[in-house]
Design a binder for this molecule. Sequence first.
Ligand SMILES: [Zn+2]
Length: 188
Amino acid sequence: MGEATNRVRSTKSASTDPYNVPFDDTGILKVDETPGWEVLKLKAEPVTEFDAEFKEMALSMVPRMYRAHGCGLAAPQVGISKRFLIYDAGNGPTVVVNPVITKERGEQFEPSEGCLSLPRIKARIRRPNVISVKAQDINGNELFIRATELEARILCHEIDHLDGILITDRASGEDIRIITGDDDEDDF
Ligand SMILES: [Zn+2]
């Protein structure tokens, strides 16, 4: 998921707009643009090995997420069809492995969501307002997260990526907005 830092971003020049970050820089797959993007439509496989290779791979996603000005990044978005994600809802980066939403409560419909893999789309999506997530951390230890509001929205969005679900699968009609050209529309 992109866009927690929208207000910061809109003050920057076009040359630093994360939407213009080239593929080679972040390696984030863009739907219909980057060869191999179809991995984004697959249900990802559980992580079973918490070895050095896995840890390196997971940690390498952190700078990519920040360079793209995202607040969440799921492994399929960098071409890895495995069930893990990273996110930062304001308290630093967290690696979340094999997550399962065990409880959800309430609902939220705003703000619209952006996605680093669909850089020109904003979608209004109904999400639970509070979720409990059972997962593992980068070492394979049990990890429990109780998330609300934006953090819950980010986690729902990234967990959707692990199931091959994109924001365009969750929203339609007037709940999808296409951003064209130099967007002053960067307003969510
Ligand atoms: Zn996304």
